[in-house]
Design a protein around this ligand. Structure first.
Ligand code: F6R
Length: 241
């Protein structure tokens, strides 16, 4: 596990974008595992900027997203599909038919989850997985639990996550209570993992992830077992270490 300390969110985003851009340059048909939320937003902005300057080409890239709220349609402004389109895909030359986000409206959830696992396999696995970190140590929407869920599954969001994400909705009541998420095995199978972490409110979780015991109660702690993880964190997020 490599920890790269940056001064602030902007530097963190530029560093992460640098690594993703190297990945896309070295393997133009790579598979990117992508995340939503505030943490990767600056990374996407930087990548868009470099794309517009002609430095990057996403034409052959495929992507799979970590998660999606259950019950939200792709057109819903708070759905993760909408987030990805408006904050990234609409601004680059990626072929949208090769961008995959779990279907929040899937009626047969068990079948959908199996199909999503198969899709990742058929794509040849994820070359680079970008992750944010929840304040409770979650990665994707793998919430603190007694077991590591391996595969894509439906999860009940914890009160802490619902509370943290209410900032994107009109009220806490509007935050969906469930989500579909890749499992820990899906994430750990990625060849390379880049985690972006910013802000003091993540400092405790980051400390646990990096130096605490490996436990499903802190899902991100499992990353200690991955052979190629880079954590890019700003000073505030590293303030407890
Ligand atoms: C989002 C995701 C989540 C977020 C995490 C941090 O696709 O998988 O694990 O990365 O909740 O969210 P932010 O970045 O908004 O603090």
């Amino acid at each position: 596990m490599i920890i790269y300390k940056t001064k602030n969110y902007t530097d963190m985003s530029r560093k992460a974008a640098n690594i993703i851009s190297a990945q896309v340059t070295m393997k133009p048909d790579c598979v990117l595992g992508l995340a939503t939320g505030s943490s990767p937003l600056g990374t996407y902005e930087q990548l868009i900027d470099w794309y517009k300057k002609g430095d990057l080409d996403f034409a052959k890239v495929s992507s799979v997203n970590l998660d999606e709220y259950r019950g939200l349609s792709p057109e819903h402004e708070q759905s993760y599909r909408y987030f990805m389109n408006t904050n990234f895909f609409d601004h680059i030359n990626i072929d949208k038919s090769r961008t995959f986000v779990p279907d929040g409206l899937a009626s047969d959830v068990a079948k959908f989850c199996k199909d999503y696992d198969r899709l990742i396999e058929e794509l040849g696995g994820v070359d680079l997985q970008l992750l944010g970190l929840g304040r409770n140590g979650h990665i994707g929407f793998n919430e603190p639990s007694y077991v590591f869920e391996r595969d894509t599954h439906c999860v009940d969001l914890t009160p802490s996550t619902i509370h943290a994400n209410k900032r994107f909705f009109n009220s806490e009541e509007d935050v969906p209570r469930q989500a579909l998420t890749m499992g820990i095995k899906n994430i750990m199978m990625a060849k390379k993992i880049v985690v972006v972490v910013s802000g003091e409110d993540k400092a405790e979780a980051l400390k646990e992830v990096v130096s605490g015991p490996i436990t499903p109660m802190v899902p991100g702690s499992v990353l200690q077992l991955h052979p190629d993880v880079m954590i890019i964190a700003d000073e505030a997020a590293l303030s407890k270490m």
